[in-house]
Design a protein around this ligand. Structure first.
Ligand SMILES: *Cc1c(COP(=O)(O)O)cnc(C)c1O
Length: 220
């Protein structure tokens, strides 16, 4: 079932959209099935769980951290994580830089923006991002690369509302690109869209979708 779900996505997705298979809470056997079906990018939202899976699964896998990351746990991910989606504070960004330096790496990250109207969701405001990206301190962070933006829409069936929130994220990306990343080619990721709203997200400019239940089945 996992393989056929993945194949369905592969057929359906435009070429410029990257599929992150969100495997949180699922056993390694399920991830292995997805791997055998050709999937190489997996998303997890708990540090310990991601670490444990990384240890036992094939090393070709690219691990994306998609959850709320605590600063004191960055050190566990720094040696191997491919992309951290949810950077929502300067302090976290600095810690990622510090740990990346220790691992002699440059770690790709996305800035997470607050686009929903739910208090449970995290994210920067545009003003906060402007302050961060204009600071001298930011310019000294040589071991992180900000590759784009990430956002989560409100949990609702109202696709019009979701559409508006995704449009907001797309605009934020455009604004940051113009104001802070115009000299760089690779500020090119817009991570938005999950099982329930990925079609809307792609219509509104997503370049990376994070799909869990539509690949692996419902979580408990
Ligand atoms: C769980 C999760 C997903 C995937 O959700 P599904 O609805 O199962 O596709 C995507 N993004 C984040 C940040 C998540 O925590």
């Amino acid at each position: 079932m996992i393989a056929s779900n993945l194949n369905k996505f592969k057929k359906e997705l435009p070429e410029h959209v990257v599929l992150v298979a969100v495997s949180k809470t699922k056993p390694v056997e399920d991830l292995q099935k997805a791997f055998d079906a050709g999937q190489r990018i997996f998303g997890e939202n708990k540090v310990q769980e991601m670490f444990a899976k990384w240890e036992v699964l094939p090393k070709e896998i690219e691990w994306h951290f998609i959850g709320h990351l605590q600063r004191n746990k960055v050190k566990y991910l720094a040696p191997f994580v491919s992309l951290i989606h949810g950077v929502e504070s300067f302090r976290l960004l600095k810690e990622i830089n510090k740990q990346a330096l220790k691992s002699n790496r440059i770690i790709d990250v996305l800035l997470q923006f607050y686009i929903a109207d739910e208090e449970t969701k995290f994210g920067l405001s545009v003003e906060e991002a402007d302050v961060l990206l204009s600071s001298e301190e930011y310019k000294m962070l040589n071991n992180i690369a900000i590759r784009g933006v990430m956002g989560m829409a409100t949990f609702t069936k109202n696709q019009e509302k979701i559409k508006g929130e995704f449009q907001k994220l797309k605009k934020i990306h455009e604004g940051l690109k113009e104001n802070h990343f115009s000299a760089r080619e690779n500020f090119d990721i817009i991570s938005m869209g999950m099982s329930g709203d990925y079609k809307t997200a792609i219509d509104e400019g997503s370049t990376m979708i994070r799909i869990g239940s539509s690949i692996f089945g419902e979580r408990n």
